[in-house]
Write a protein that binds this ligand. Sequence first.
Ligand code: ATP
Length: 235
Amino acid sequence: DPTAPVLEIDQITVGYGGVPAVRGLSASVRPGEILALLGPNGAGKTTTLLAAVGALGLMSGTVTALGDPIDRRIERNARRGVTLVPDTRGVFHRLSVSDNLRLARRRNGPDLDTVYQYFPKLKTMRGRRCGNLSGGEQQMLALAKALLANPQVLLIDELSLGLSPVAVQDLLPRLRSIADEHQMAVVLVEQHIDLALGIADAAIVLHHGRVALSAPAGELRSRRDMVEAAYFGRT
Ligand code: ATP
């Protein structure tokens, strides 16, 4: 079934040293869908992403990706097509843009020209050392590297960290096109609520590790009051 969820998170409780940071969270994402994961600092967004890629053991609940339970051997999940873009950018500063991209290429993945189509600026900068790129350009490169792994499920932790709203406004619509064209399922942790709701299909607001609100993004665009209430735990 091509429209079945490729990522299913069912009632997970997960945390650190036996202390839950996320409790009873459920979510599912289908091919081509973008789920925005919102919430204040410390709400449990990063913890949820780490659990979804198998990097944290679950205290209870299950995560199923591409039809199988998520594996604690995270490199196997990555090879199967579950890719995490970390909030620390994960680019090699001493290498050029094109060498960074070449290192990220996988068999059966798209070629460099395909990602240059989404990010023409990277092509014009392909010979430059990554250490000399701006924050926004490095984020673009981190996203391009993740795409070269040809993921079916892409999880992104604050792509816009440290970026200007203008740069985010530029980057997020490209993510929408990529999800559409490659039928890629995306989970997006994002601080820019309106920009995230603008491209997402669904959104979850976390508060103190619990789901305070879960709804289609379209409904929430006109109900910012509900989103804000969930942010502050008034639900
Ligand atoms: P932010 O927007 O600040 O990144 P977040 O929503 O991603 O926040 P998490 O990083 O998932 O939140 O943190 C959730 C909770 O788990 C917080 O209370 C945090 O202090 C705690 N936590 C995160 N990492 C660890 C860790 N390695 N050890 C212990 N507690 C942790």
